[in-house]
Ligand binder design. Structure first.
Ligand SMILES: [Zn+2]
Length: 243
């Protein structure tokens, strides 16, 4: 008995729907950060630097904006450049994801500017033994202030690195939390080397902003963060030679 016409049609439509949805899933995965991260981390990467410093934002992306159009991107670059010279003087090979007021989106071909910028920084992180991304924070509440150290949730090595950094930073800046903060949602922390994301202070808090505008404070922060990186590398080398 021939099948009723409407049943055949329905079946076709169901198949068409399945194929369409599968296509959407494939597209979503292809465009997603997890796949890009997996691919970048699966590729062998040449280690060209001891440290990769990542001054947050840059170019078209100002980052956090304080009063009188004060931009986060300038503070992050200034502190990173200071760290570069301190760490180079200590004998390390230092890379920067950017050394001028620009973004890093030119390193990756596909996707939105934001996506290309983030993955560009990620790619560069994988060329170093250790990385640090430098930021300043912004909040709705102007009373929120102090520094924060984010590290990759569940990573023992990164946790040690974060502790050392917290202890050094605490000597020169008030901390927003009394502990280091684990995160598994910050893309850069998923790079192959241990990477921290450090928020130096809140650009939206007058006290923090005054500090950030003070060159001596920025130099002290750069010194503290550089000391932490040096301490961490020394500790890590010790661990690796014992293993
Ligand atoms: Zn930022």
């Amino acid at each position: 008995m021939p099948r009723p016409f409407f049943l055949v049609l329905t079946r076709r439509w169901i198949w068409a729907g399945v194929v369409f949805l599968a296509g959407l899933v494939v597209l979503a995965i292809y465009g997603s950060f997890p796949l890009a991260v997996f691919t970048l981390n699966a590729l062998p990467s040449e280690i060209l630097y001891d440290v990769m410093l990542d001054p947050g934002h840059g170019g078209i992306d100002p980052g956090g904006i304080g009063r009188d159009e004060i931009y986060e991107k300038h503070f992050t670059l200034d502190i990173s450049l200071r760290m570069q010279s301190i760490l180079e003087n200590a004998g390390l090979k230092v890379g920067l994801t950017r050394d001028s007021d620009r973004d890093v989106s030119h390193l990756v071909k596909d996707g939105t500017r934001h996506r290309r910028d983030l993955l560009g920084r990620f790619k560069l992180m994988n060329q170093a033994r250790v990385g640090m991304s430098i930021h300043t924070n912004a909040a709705r509440s102007s009373t929120e202030r102090g520094a924060i150290v984010f590290y990759m949730k569940g990573s023992y090595i990164d946790q040690i690195y974060a502790h050392l950094t917290f202890d050094e930073l605490e000597r020169v800046q008030e901390m927003n939390h009394d502990r280091i903060i684990p995160r598994d949602t910050l893309l850069l922390l998923k790079a192959k080397p241990p990477v921290l994301l450090v928020e130096i202070g809140f650009i939206t808090n007058e006290e923090d902003l005054q500090k950030l505008l003070d060159e001596r404070f920025r130099e002290n922060v750069a010194q503290a963060l550089s000391r932490a990186i040096l301490k961490f590398l020394t500790w890590w080398e010790g661990e690796q030679s014992e293993a």
